[in-house]
Design a protein around this ligand. Sequence first.
Ligand SMILES: Nc1ccc(Br)nc1
Length: 444
Amino acid sequence: SQSGGGGRSGALSPGPIVAGEVQRIDVNPPKGTRDFPPEEMRLRNWLFNNFKEVSRLYGFEEVDFPVLENEALFTRKAGEEIKDQLYCFEDRGNRRVALRPELTPSLARLVIQKGKSVPLPLKWFTVGQCWRYERMTRGRRREHYQWNMDIIGVPGVMAEAELISSIVSLFKRIGIKDSDVGFKVSSRKVLQEVLKCYSIPESLFGKVCVIIDKIEKIPVDEVKKELMAAGVSQEAVQELLQVLSVKSLTELEEKLGSSGEAIADLKQLFSLAEKFGYSEWIQFDASVVRGLAYYTGIVFEGFDREGKLRAICGGGRYDHLFSTFGADDIPACGFGFGDAVVVELLREKGLLPDLSLQMDYIVCALDEDLQGSAAMVAHVLRKKGQSVDLVLESKPLKWVFKRAARNNAQRLVLVGSSEWQRGVVGVKILATGEQYEVKLDELI
Ligand SMILES: Nc1ccc(Br)nc1
């Protein structure tokens, strides 16, 4: 048996390892995490390539950050779930660190670090793995990949309109229509204006929003209790919950008046949606608050119209995140788009793409002493950009044909002794069975 230090207990040096003696390791990845074997990896790459192509089309630059961040980046005091589930620990240098649960704080950190060396507005995107430590009692994942796009330095809602447009473009690219998904859009300025009427301090704003975001996850009485425990009067609680049930911008305007920023921003956003051509994708929904404390204005989330899935994506304006890191504030907005829910949606809709392995050639030597010749053939083909599965050891032809079929190879090249003597190789087009001989330098 193994002692704690990994050596055999009591033995000065372990004896020979005899097969069957070694305890078989657990070959599954840690709880809540996923492997990506080839087929899943092709789907992931297909999705991420669409993320990246849309980001390129919208003029965004790619950035990246460490998965491991200083814990302080995420220790906001607003009662967010993201903090309760922080995957954090003390490293060997006694530093408090965390596996990032989101990407926006890292982005803000880098923007502050770069300071005036990066002219505003910034349009940055990234696709990165994010983590949460959730007790597996709920059996949910502990990691997912998020596509994030952020616009830093634009105060007007053109920025939010551009971001929503980019997500609509993504949906269209992967076959999802406005009949499948929509965006619920609101503004946290609605809540801000109500809180102001009741003289609720600004310092409570983030915490109040985080509590209200639970409205569809916990009983409303629990929400009321948490709001009042946070210092919101019963009257203000009533008004807050009442305003969340408003059904239209017209009704909201009647309630809040037409001079406030919330109405102005929302009206402008819906007008811009017409110009961008995605009006049919968005709807006003006063109940959308989102669960991150730092949002300050427009918030939005992508949802499946059948109501079977969790939010597909979400985002909004966060004009005061930078000052929470001790820097001057910069107007900012962005979104996160996870890799899991959208795949569930594509599966539901029968929209998963056929991404079977594709290979141009499989190359095989017909006898052992032609392995080098086969390698030369593979080299010639690869230099011409052809993907080649080179058979690396002597195999019966039946095995080669089976592998060619599995790899969906288009052509089989057989390197035979007599042909090689004549300066040619045999080529078989596997779809038709047609076969011919060709000189090495005429291959392709
Ligand atoms: N923030 C976060 C991280 C990881 C997963 Br899975 N879900 C949400």
